[in-house]
Design a binder for this molecule. Structure first.
Ligand SMILES: [Zn+2]
Length: 468
């Protein structure tokens, strides 16, 4: 079968279905969660829409408690799984089109979910539909599984793995091409510090605020110092600091208080080197001054162990694996309030060869020196599928054939995809290397040609995995 020609025939039907999916605002909505719709109505409606397509096209479908569901084809001892998601990130500001009304402009599909993950997920579904419409009988069971909480806690997909038998192998069309066969471990820690009794006569830190999420490099950082007697000197030092360091900022003094603002550069936390951490730079600046003990413990810990050290050398957990690369650390949230105390949220992406206990232990030792306490708040172990596994081999060969990119190779990333839910699971598409990544952004788009090519790649891939 000529998969490219075949998928062209489905273009109009595909775009019509995609329009219906994008029209549903399927952001997780806890505020309106109910027993019937635990994640809110939107994610469940998008799931139902997928299942309606499946039913319409003659597949067996099942909805598991409105948080996950599947579309099934074929029979056999083994199960091939395709893991997609129907939920979306909040639309946010800055769109030039209605995010929930699919718009095609200059050959591109605009709308929330166009590239993450309604466009790619539906392309994979159409890949499966092409098999069925052409009466191709697979020699295993194929399940297209739709999660509804990928952007937060994977509630739906985890539920599937709790109540259904685990699939034997598969892929998730929820990342990029060519293929991701390795994902670093991902763990987060909170380091807590006690508060202080404010004594206006002594220099102390009354407020420190930086960062929104543990997996983002914070751009802005704000701090207030009180009880300052040498404000003029600090202001002069700050101007020098700004001119010597890769940050900007401003400082203002008001009745013995100093308000300091540092501006770095935000970036995704999986590669902190792409950003400039406003928070740790500000702590580093403040560490030059004598403050009361609790303030200075908090500031010194950041300055000595976390600042400008994305590979965590100072904590002693730096590590490089030949295949999976370097351990990275992001200092995502830094907050201090004189009364309630302070906390720092750090996120580590680590290759095989490092354990979360090791990171925990070293962090503990360093934090104790400054009376901080450490808590591990989440962890996912590293995931790696050998490139010689047929799941990698077959998918790569289809990708190379259909794109002509014969020199492309599987990749290891710091992010987490549904692929890691199966020992033989990978992420496969649908963002092509030649297309801009607009996932989670305003004006999210995916070129129509990319989506149809993805459909063709998925069709042939499912065929190779289930029939050969
Ligand atoms: Zn996604």
């Amino acid at each position: 079968m000529n998969w490219k020609e075949e998928s062209e025939k489905y273009k109009d039907a595909y775009l019509e279905d995609l329009k219906a999916l994008i029209a549903i605002d399927s952001e997780r909505d806890d505020e309106h969660g109910s027993e019937e719709f635990p994640l809110g109505k939107g994610p469940a409606m998008a799931l139902k829409k997928y299942l309606e397509f499946g039913q319409r096209d003659g597949f067996k479908v099942k909805n598991l408690d409105n948080i996950v569901g599947y579309i099934e084809y074929g029979e056999g001892d083994q199960t091939l799984a395709i893991l997609a998601h129907a939920d979306v990130m909040p639309a946010g500001e800055g769109w030039h089109t209605d995010p929930f009304s699919m718009t095609i402009k200059d050959g591109k599909v605009y709308g929330r979910g166009a590239s993450d993950d309604k466009g790619p997920g539906l392309a994979a579904y159409y890949g499966l539909k092409m098999l069925k419409d052409n009466n191709i009988k697979p020699n295993c069971k194929i399940r297209f599984i739709i999660g509804t909480d990928e952007e937060s806690e994977w509630t739906g997909m985890k539920h599937y793995f709790d109540v259904e038998p685990a699939p034997d192998f598969g892929f998730s069309p929820d990342a990029e091409f060519p293929l991701i066969n390795g994902e670093k471990g991902n763990t987060s820690f909170t380091i807590k510090f006690d508060g202080i009794k404010i004594d206006d006569s002594k220099p102390s830190l009354t407020k420190f605020e930086s960062g929104l999420r543990e997996n983002m490099v914070p751009r802005d950082a704000f701090a207030t110092l009180t009880g300052i007697s040498d404000a003029d000197k600090i202001i002069a030092d700050f101007d020098k600091f700004i001119s010597n360091m890769p940050v900007e900022g401003d400082i203002a003094s008001k009745n013995g208080n100093l308000d300091i603002h540092v501006v770095g550069k935000s970036a995704h936390g999986m590669e902190p080197k792409n950003g400039i951490n406003g928070g740790t730079y500000l702590a580093n600046f403040i560490s030059n001054y004598q403050l009361d003990k609790p303030s200075s413990q908090f500031i010194k810990f950041i300055s000595e162990y976390l600042h400008d050290d994305s590979r965590a050398h100072k904590l002693g957990v730096n590590y490089v694996d030949d295949i999976m690369g370097e351990l990275t650390m992001n200092v995502g949230i830094v907050k201090f309030d004189a009364e309630s105390g302070g906390f720092i949220n750090t996120n580590f992406r680590y290759p095989k060869g490092v354990s979360v206990d090791e990171i925990n232990h070293n962090l503990q030792l360093c934090a104790e020196k400054f009376d901080g306490s450490v808590e591990n708040i989440s962890n996912m172990n590293p995931h790696y599928v050998d490139p010689s596994d047929p799941i990698v081999d077959k998918l790569m060969s289809v990708y190379r054939d259909q794109t002509g990119r014969t020199d492309s190779n599987p990749e290891v990333v710091g992010g987490g995809t549904y692929g890691r839910m199966m020992p033989r699971g990978v992420a496969f598409g649908a963002l092509f290397p030649w297309t801009e990544d607009t996932m989670h952004q305003a004006d999210e788009f995916q070129p129509v040609d990319d989506l149809i090519l993805a459909m063709s790649i998925y069709g042939q891939s499912i065929y190779k995995l289930s029939c050969e």
